[in-house]
Design a protein. Sequence first.
Length: 142
Amino acid sequence: MQFFIDRNVPIALARMLGHYDRTHTVIYHDDRFERTTPDTEWLSAVATWDPVPVVLSGDGRILRNPAELQVLRGLPITFFLFASGWFDLRWPEFAWKAVKVWPEVVASAMPRRPTIFRIPVSATKVEFESLTSELGGGRRAR
């Protein structure tokens, strides 16, 4: 399985997970796209890859912005959002919590189905948010 980590998540996490998890491929946004690539553009592009990667993001605006929601709703993407609070952590705590929850992320990504999950800062379990096709049905990203 491939995982794509957007640029709102530290590059160090992508590199660390790529070394930690030798079974799966971890790709960082800036490895494939310009820093200024709009979210709608890279989301649409990764949805055409074979295999389609699972997306990990730190940008909750993707789930609130109408244009980005519209694009994501129509894509075959499983999307994980690091919930608020993650980016208030110092790097050592962020890193160990991410490694701790990683097996849960991988397990939740299978079977592959376009779904939105939230990764709470407690880093114990991921939370089902919605099916991608049901985005925009009144729920708002936190």
